[in-house]
Write a protein that binds this ligand. Structure first.
Ligand code: SF4
Length: 74
């Protein structure tokens, strides 16, 4: 099943919308460890697929070890 309804409380994000929803076409979520290892994480939508291929799988142990990397400050 693919999730199409994302709830998000990061209200200073460019993609954040009314009622704590996300208006981005797609989002990228990885483990925090992977984000630290790939400083180029903040890429445009068009480059995201190749970046995801490069990063591969990034398991996390706890909720606190994951986050949305599509965040873009307003
Ligand atoms: S891109 Fe990420 S941080 Fe921004 S509104 Fe969507 S889910 Fe939240």
């Amino acid at each position: 099943m693919v999730v199409t309804n994302v709830s998000c409380t990061v209200n200073n994000c460019f993609f954040w919308a009314k009622d704590n929803s996300c208006a981005a076409d797609s989002i990228l979520i990885t483990s925090d460890k992977a984000a630290l290892e790939h400083s180029d994480m903040a890429v445009g939508q068009e480059s995201r697929n190749s970046l995801v291929q490069e990063i591969g799988e990034t398991p996390a142990r706890f909720i606190a070890e994951t986050a949305c990397h599509t965040f873009k400050a307003r």
